[in-house]
Design a protein around this ligand. Sequence first.
Ligand code: SAM
Length: 211
Amino acid sequence: MTDLPDGVERRPFDGRERLSTRGETVYGEPRDAEGWRAWDAGRSKLGAMFEYGMDTGLVGGETVLYLGAASGTTVSHVADFAGPTYAVEFAARPVRDLLGVAEDRENLFPLLKDARKPETYAHVVEADLDCIVQDVATRGQATVANRNRRFLRDDGRLLAVVKARSEDVTADPDDVFEDVLAELRDSYEVLETTRLDRFHDDHLGVVARPK
Ligand code: SAM
């Protein structure tokens, strides 16, 4: 099992050890008297990557670009342990919730933008980021990651989740993953992959670094 970043701990909730970060609650998760709130890997693919012991390279305090933030379930935990966290989401409805999540987190910056068009937020997001977290669940997941590579420092990390059914509902997930990884290799060296099925069916966790 690899080390968790500073600011992510396993702590007891309801009699069992669970991942947790310290911050205000967001989605009804339990929070203890010291302000640690459980991180539900069943609702968070990055949480599942930690539960599977993937080596994310995160140590805490990183600058992060999060693609596919939705209403902020996972990115709220990221902002609890990371530094400046830019959260891109293109659907207006979840961004309204995300703005509420950001009110409690001064390092979280919601952006109502399309992750396929990084040029539309390049003037806001700082250069040489430590990490991109991607969970867009849309067709063209490798293209999104490749287009956003420009924001990563050379030894940064891409932590991506690939949802097979978003690419092709009929294809064998393993074939989809192979195709997505092949395209990702245009811009990244893939360091580790793990299927997250214990928490999320037909999803692949990917750790990669820029080429
Ligand atoms: N990552 C979220 C979490 O764990 O809390 C859940 C993300 S949900 C599976 C995928 C999100 O990606 C949706 O909210 C969807 O609107 C967003 N999305 C899909 N394509 C996108 C794009 N091109 N640009 C920005 N957001 C996108």
